[in-house]
Design a protein around this ligand. Sequence first.
Ligand SMILES: *Cc1c(COP(=O)(O)O)cnc(C)c1O
Length: 401
Amino acid sequence: MSATETAIASAEAHSAHNYHPLPVVVASAEGAWMTDVEGRHYLDLLAGYSALNFGHGNRRLLDAARAQLERVTLTSRAFHHDRFADFCTELAELCGMEMVLPMNTGAEAVETAVKTARKWGYRVKGVPDGMAKIIVASDNFHGRTTTVISFSTDPEARADYGPYTPGFEIVPYGDLTAMREAMTENTVAVLIEPIQGEAGVLVPPAGYLAGVRELTRERNVLFVADEIQSGLGRTGRTFALEHEGVVPDMYVLGKALGGGVVPVSAVVSSAEILGVFRPGEHGSTFGGNPLACAVALEVIAMLRTGEYQERAAELGDHLHRELGLLAGGGAVETVRGRGLWAGVDIAPALGTGRQISERLMAERVLVKDTHGSTIRIAPPLVISKEDLDWGLDRLRTVLSA
Ligand SMILES: *Cc1c(COP(=O)(O)O)cnc(C)c1O
């Protein structure tokens, strides 16, 4: 057996089969490239679902992590530490907000947003106890915890995990009228992704997000934006909502915030909203730890320069121009997305998204399929134009075979 086959067989024997990875075993990575256990190089066009916006082994991030590793890595929130205040201040400022509640994974941050919105509903809005409702969108992806999958519309994510957490109302994504009709005086929040990543990089109709902003403001409902995947540079702006000139009441952040080094997530909002928490009412042992703060501070400093957003916008224009040309040729049905982020619907006759991903892997390009015949392209924002073009060439080869 090859080193690859041995590693995969062993993983299959000893790990739960809750994933179906492509048959590549990565041993090292740098920038937009990964190297497998047999020394083959692959172009990474997934970037850890945007967790790797700044690329693999980013020097600045590794240096920040290494320096912090030598000082102090964990205190728990039982004590203050000297990176915490800077992290919260800088992140709030990047978001144009006032307060930060740090967690670790995206799903935990979404849970935190749900708890914040409910508490705000009872304490500030005056919703009767136990009656708070949160409106979410169909085809959403907000994580994998029991509460979060309770409002998923994906049967695979939900089946056999009931009983489900009540208090959520699902309306079609992009449909403002349905949202308005679902709203009652007990609605405390609308929770949506400004662009739905897992659903296939779905961009809502123009004006939808601004409409949600107007409606939520009118009805004293919190607009909670899950920018875990869409935020921090991916779309060519710091936040995807900026494309519509929209500022939410709460950002939910994760993935790229940890620079691909450590899991870092956060809820960022106003002092009025995050001010609802008192000591002991919510927390996390690892949330806001010194190592996480040090890496995230470097991520924030990098985003402050604007260069990554600009790069994503420029290379993104190029990516969408090239994919647009493919869309005329019969092999590709539709292309969606914004910035360095695209969902590509392949003509089903050419194979499933999984099969296309496997053929791309044979061409040394790594992508991830989603739902049926869609593949998703989201390279690290540090990818060179030459490498991106090389990857697009491989895609053309696979689609014309
Ligand atoms: C990845 C993701 C999450 C969940 O993050 P985890 O770190 O995997 O828990 C939530 N929302 C969106 C939009 C995501 O892309």
